[in-house]
Design a protein around this ligand. Structure first.
Ligand code: F6R
Length: 261
Protein backbone atom coordinates (compact mmCIF):
# COMPACT_ATOMS: atom_id res chain seq x y z
CA UNK A 1 0.00 0.00 0.00
CA UNK A 2 1.36 3.40 -0.92
CA UNK A 3 0.28 6.26 1.33
CA UNK A 4 0.80 9.83 0.10
CA UNK A 5 0.20 12.69 2.50
CA UNK A 6 -0.59 15.91 0.66
CA UNK A 7 -0.89 19.56 1.62
CA UNK A 8 -4.38 20.03 0.24
CA UNK A 9 -7.18 18.44 -1.76
CA UNK A 10 -6.14 20.18 -4.99
CA UNK A 11 -2.76 18.44 -4.84
CA UNK A 12 -4.50 15.13 -4.07
CA UNK A 13 -6.72 15.66 -7.11
CA UNK A 14 -3.71 16.36 -9.33
CA UNK A 15 -1.90 13.20 -8.20
CA UNK A 16 -4.97 11.03 -8.70
CA UNK A 17 -5.61 12.63 -12.10
CA UNK A 18 -2.00 11.83 -13.06
CA UNK A 19 -2.64 8.13 -12.39
CA UNK A 20 -5.86 8.19 -14.42
CA UNK A 21 -4.25 10.12 -17.26
CA UNK A 22 -1.34 7.64 -17.39
CA UNK A 23 -3.80 4.74 -17.52
CA UNK A 24 -5.89 6.22 -20.33
CA UNK A 25 -2.84 7.31 -22.30
CA UNK A 26 -1.54 3.73 -22.18
CA UNK A 27 -5.00 2.27 -22.88
CA UNK A 28 -7.67 4.60 -24.32
CA UNK A 29 -10.26 1.81 -23.81
CA UNK A 30 -9.57 1.61 -20.07
CA UNK A 31 -12.31 0.84 -17.55
CA UNK A 32 -12.47 3.15 -14.56
CA UNK A 33 -14.51 2.91 -11.38
CA UNK A 34 -16.16 6.13 -10.19
CA UNK A 35 -17.10 7.15 -6.66
CA UNK A 36 -19.57 9.84 -5.62
CA UNK A 37 -19.43 12.14 -2.60
CA UNK A 38 -17.02 14.90 -1.68
CA UNK A 39 -13.70 13.04 -1.84
CA UNK A 40 -13.36 12.61 -5.64
CA UNK A 41 -14.43 16.18 -6.51
CA UNK A 42 -10.86 17.43 -6.82
CA UNK A 43 -10.05 14.55 -9.20
CA UNK A 44 -13.05 15.24 -11.42
CA UNK A 45 -12.30 18.98 -11.50
CA UNK A 46 -8.68 18.32 -12.47
CA UNK A 47 -9.66 15.78 -15.13
CA UNK A 48 -12.19 18.25 -16.55
CA UNK A 49 -9.44 20.85 -16.83
CA UNK A 50 -7.16 18.40 -18.63
CA UNK A 51 -9.90 17.29 -21.02
CA UNK A 52 -10.60 20.96 -21.77
CA UNK A 53 -6.93 21.44 -22.63
CA UNK A 54 -6.85 18.33 -24.83
CA UNK A 55 -4.37 16.55 -22.54
CA UNK A 56 -6.55 13.48 -22.00
CA UNK A 57 -9.74 12.09 -23.52
CA UNK A 58 -12.39 9.77 -22.07
CA UNK A 59 -13.98 9.20 -25.49
CA UNK A 60 -13.41 5.44 -25.42
CA UNK A 61 -13.37 4.91 -21.64
CA UNK A 62 -15.97 2.77 -19.88
CA UNK A 63 -16.99 3.70 -16.34
CA UNK A 64 -18.75 1.87 -13.53
CA UNK A 65 -20.04 3.60 -10.41
CA UNK A 66 -19.72 2.05 -6.96
CA UNK A 67 -23.19 2.37 -5.60
CA UNK A 68 -26.70 3.80 -5.81
CA UNK A 69 -29.47 4.65 -3.37
CA UNK A 70 -32.53 2.43 -3.54
CA UNK A 71 -35.84 4.06 -4.31
CA UNK A 72 -34.91 7.64 -5.21
CA UNK A 73 -36.99 8.88 -8.14
CA UNK A 74 -35.36 9.09 -11.56
CA UNK A 75 -34.91 12.88 -11.45
CA UNK A 76 -33.85 13.19 -7.78
CA UNK A 77 -30.71 15.37 -7.68
CA UNK A 78 -29.01 13.04 -5.16
CA UNK A 79 -29.62 9.86 -7.12
CA UNK A 80 -26.02 8.79 -7.71
CA UNK A 81 -26.54 8.43 -11.44
CA UNK A 82 -27.53 12.12 -11.49
CA UNK A 83 -24.69 13.10 -9.16
CA UNK A 84 -22.07 11.42 -11.34
CA UNK A 85 -23.60 13.00 -14.45
CA UNK A 86 -23.39 16.44 -12.81
CA UNK A 87 -19.95 16.01 -11.20
CA UNK A 88 -18.12 14.08 -13.92
CA UNK A 89 -19.92 13.09 -17.11
CA UNK A 90 -20.92 16.60 -18.15
CA UNK A 91 -17.42 17.93 -17.36
CA UNK A 92 -15.42 15.50 -19.51
CA UNK A 93 -15.86 13.95 -22.95
CA UNK A 94 -17.01 10.50 -21.85
CA UNK A 95 -19.94 8.94 -23.74
CA UNK A 96 -22.84 8.90 -21.21
CA UNK A 97 -23.78 5.50 -22.65
CA UNK A 98 -20.43 4.20 -21.39
CA UNK A 99 -21.25 5.12 -17.79
CA UNK A 100 -22.90 2.31 -15.86
CA UNK A 101 -24.33 2.06 -12.36
CA UNK A 102 -26.39 -0.35 -10.32
CA UNK A 103 -30.14 0.14 -10.86
CA UNK A 104 -31.59 1.41 -7.58
CA UNK A 105 -35.10 1.36 -9.02
CA UNK A 106 -35.08 -2.26 -10.18
CA UNK A 107 -38.09 -4.34 -9.19
CA UNK A 108 -35.86 -7.42 -9.07
CA UNK A 109 -32.91 -6.22 -6.98
CA UNK A 110 -31.04 -9.54 -7.01
CA UNK A 111 -31.23 -9.73 -10.82
CA UNK A 112 -30.09 -6.10 -11.16
CA UNK A 113 -27.08 -6.78 -8.91
CA UNK A 114 -26.16 -9.94 -10.82
CA UNK A 115 -26.48 -8.04 -14.13
CA UNK A 116 -24.17 -5.34 -12.80
CA UNK A 117 -21.51 -7.88 -11.87
CA UNK A 118 -21.83 -9.42 -15.35
CA UNK A 119 -21.48 -6.02 -17.02
CA UNK A 120 -18.25 -5.31 -15.14
CA UNK A 121 -16.88 -8.71 -16.09
CA UNK A 122 -17.94 -8.30 -19.73
CA UNK A 123 -16.06 -4.98 -19.88
CA UNK A 124 -12.91 -6.79 -18.80
CA UNK A 125 -12.96 -5.70 -15.15
CA UNK A 126 -12.07 -2.34 -13.65
CA UNK A 127 -8.53 -1.06 -14.29
CA UNK A 128 -8.59 1.72 -11.72
CA UNK A 129 -11.20 2.21 -9.02
CA UNK A 130 -11.58 5.58 -7.30
CA UNK A 131 -12.65 5.22 -3.67
CA UNK A 132 -13.59 7.44 -0.76
CA UNK A 133 -13.96 6.11 2.78
CA UNK A 134 -16.79 6.57 5.25
CA UNK A 135 -16.14 7.79 8.78
CA UNK A 136 -17.21 4.26 9.80
CA UNK A 137 -14.66 2.70 7.45
CA UNK A 138 -17.03 1.76 4.64
CA UNK A 139 -15.88 1.55 1.01
CA UNK A 140 -18.62 1.74 -1.56
CA UNK A 141 -21.53 1.35 0.85
CA UNK A 142 -20.10 -1.78 2.45
CA UNK A 143 -20.90 -0.90 6.02
CA UNK A 144 -19.19 -2.43 9.08
CA UNK A 145 -20.04 -6.11 9.28
CA UNK A 146 -20.04 -6.56 5.49
CA UNK A 147 -18.60 -9.78 4.16
CA UNK A 148 -15.09 -9.11 2.95
CA UNK A 149 -15.89 -11.37 -0.04
CA UNK A 150 -19.23 -9.75 -0.91
CA UNK A 151 -20.45 -9.00 -4.43
CA UNK A 152 -22.92 -6.31 -5.61
CA UNK A 153 -26.02 -6.45 -3.43
CA UNK A 154 -28.46 -4.41 -1.35
CA UNK A 155 -27.21 -3.01 1.95
CA UNK A 156 -28.78 -1.05 4.80
CA UNK A 157 -26.99 2.21 5.53
CA UNK A 158 -25.86 2.83 9.10
CA UNK A 159 -27.16 5.75 11.16
CA UNK A 160 -23.64 7.16 10.97
CA UNK A 161 -23.62 7.16 7.15
CA UNK A 162 -27.12 8.62 6.93
CA UNK A 163 -26.08 11.34 9.33
CA UNK A 164 -22.83 11.97 7.37
CA UNK A 165 -24.76 12.18 4.08
CA UNK A 166 -27.58 14.33 5.48
CA UNK A 167 -25.64 17.35 4.17
CA UNK A 168 -26.75 16.34 0.67
CA UNK A 169 -30.39 16.05 1.80
CA UNK A 170 -31.05 19.43 3.39
CA UNK A 171 -29.39 18.37 6.67
CA UNK A 172 -32.07 15.76 7.43
CA UNK A 173 -30.73 12.22 8.11
CA UNK A 174 -34.28 10.85 7.73
CA UNK A 175 -34.35 12.10 4.14
CA UNK A 176 -31.34 9.90 3.29
CA UNK A 177 -32.53 6.56 1.87
CA UNK A 178 -32.16 3.56 4.19
CA UNK A 179 -30.97 1.19 1.50
CA UNK A 180 -28.50 1.18 -1.33
CA UNK A 181 -27.05 -1.13 -3.94
CA UNK A 182 -23.30 -1.34 -3.72
CA UNK A 183 -20.47 -3.17 -5.37
CA UNK A 184 -19.33 -5.73 -2.84
CA UNK A 185 -15.94 -5.72 -1.21
CA UNK A 186 -14.99 -8.70 -3.37
CA UNK A 187 -16.08 -6.73 -6.44
CA UNK A 188 -14.00 -3.72 -5.43
CA UNK A 189 -10.99 -5.93 -4.63
CA UNK A 190 -11.10 -7.31 -8.20
CA UNK A 191 -10.17 -3.89 -9.62
CA UNK A 192 -6.54 -3.82 -10.67
CA UNK A 193 -5.63 -0.53 -8.97
CA UNK A 194 -7.46 1.04 -6.04
CA UNK A 195 -7.03 4.77 -5.52
CA UNK A 196 -8.54 6.03 -2.25
CA UNK A 197 -8.80 9.69 -1.27
CA UNK A 198 -9.67 11.06 2.15
CA UNK A 199 -9.40 14.43 3.82
CA UNK A 200 -10.23 15.99 7.16
CA UNK A 201 -9.91 14.93 10.78
CA UNK A 202 -13.27 13.17 10.62
CA UNK A 203 -11.65 10.49 8.46
CA UNK A 204 -8.53 10.05 10.65
CA UNK A 205 -9.71 7.01 12.61
CA UNK A 206 -11.05 5.27 9.49
CA UNK A 207 -7.75 5.95 7.68
CA UNK A 208 -5.77 4.63 10.65
CA UNK A 209 -7.83 1.42 10.63
CA UNK A 210 -7.55 1.12 6.83
CA UNK A 211 -3.76 1.43 6.82
CA UNK A 212 -2.68 0.11 10.21
CA UNK A 213 -5.59 -1.68 11.83
CA UNK A 214 -6.22 -5.41 11.92
CA UNK A 215 -8.13 -6.65 8.88
CA UNK A 216 -11.67 -6.79 10.12
CA UNK A 217 -15.25 -6.50 8.89
CA UNK A 218 -15.63 -3.90 11.65
CA UNK A 219 -13.55 -1.54 9.47
CA UNK A 220 -14.30 -2.81 5.95
CA UNK A 221 -11.62 -0.68 4.25
CA UNK A 222 -8.93 -2.55 6.22
CA UNK A 223 -9.27 -5.37 3.66
CA UNK A 224 -7.39 -3.13 1.21
CA UNK A 225 -4.25 -4.29 3.02
CA UNK A 226 -4.74 -7.55 1.08
CA UNK A 227 -4.72 -5.84 -2.34
CA UNK A 228 -1.47 -5.72 -4.31
CA UNK A 229 -1.91 -2.21 -5.76
CA UNK A 230 -3.48 0.40 -3.52
CA UNK A 231 -2.71 4.12 -3.44
CA UNK A 232 -4.06 6.14 -0.51
CA UNK A 233 -3.90 9.93 -0.94
CA UNK A 234 -4.79 11.87 2.20
CA UNK A 235 -4.27 15.27 3.74
CA UNK A 236 -2.44 15.85 7.02
CA UNK A 237 -5.69 15.96 9.02
CA UNK A 238 -6.80 12.55 7.72
CA UNK A 239 -3.25 11.27 8.39
CA UNK A 240 -3.24 12.60 11.96
CA UNK A 241 -3.77 9.18 13.59
CA UNK A 242 -1.22 7.30 11.48
CA UNK A 243 1.69 5.88 13.47
CA UNK A 244 3.65 5.53 10.22
CA UNK A 245 2.96 9.06 8.92
CA UNK A 246 6.60 10.22 8.92
CA UNK A 247 7.74 6.98 7.30
CA UNK A 248 5.21 7.46 4.48
CA UNK A 249 6.20 11.12 4.05
CA UNK A 250 9.92 10.35 3.94
CA UNK A 251 9.47 7.42 1.56
CA UNK A 252 7.43 9.47 -0.88
CA UNK A 253 9.82 12.46 -0.71
CA UNK A 254 12.76 10.15 -1.49
CA UNK A 255 11.08 8.68 -4.59
CA UNK A 256 12.46 9.77 -7.95
CA UNK A 257 10.00 12.25 -9.48
CA UNK A 258 9.23 10.01 -12.45
CA UNK A 259 8.17 7.22 -10.10
CA UNK A 260 5.75 9.44 -8.19
CA UNK A 261 2.09 9.28 -9.01
C1 F6R B 1 -19.67 6.96 -2.69
C2 F6R B 1 -19.17 5.91 -1.82
C3 F6R B 1 -18.82 6.16 -0.40
C4 F6R B 1 -18.08 7.48 -0.17
C5 F6R B 1 -17.82 7.71 1.31
C6 F6R B 1 -17.10 8.99 1.58
O1 F6R B 1 -19.93 6.45 -3.98
O2 F6R B 1 -19.06 4.81 -2.26
O3 F6R B 1 -18.01 5.12 0.09
O4 F6R B 1 -16.87 7.46 -0.88
O5 F6R B 1 -19.04 7.70 1.99
O6 F6R B 1 -17.91 10.04 1.19
P1 F6R B 1 -17.33 11.52 1.09
O7 F6R B 1 -16.30 11.49 0.03
O8 F6R B 1 -18.52 12.36 0.69
O9 F6R B 1 -16.79 11.85 2.43
Amino acid sequence: MEVIITENTAEAGRLAADAIQDLITANPDAVIGLATGSSPQSIYDELARRVGQGIVSFARVQAFTLDEYVGLPHNHPERYRNVITRDFVTKVDIDPGNVHGPDGQASDIAAACAAYEEAITAAGGVDLQILGIGTDGHIGFNEPGSSLASRTRIKTLTKQTRSDNARFFGGDPDAVPRHCLTQGIGTIMDARHLLLLASGRGKAEAVHQLVEGPISALWPASVLQMHAHVTVIIDTAAASRLQLASYFTETYAAKPTEQRL
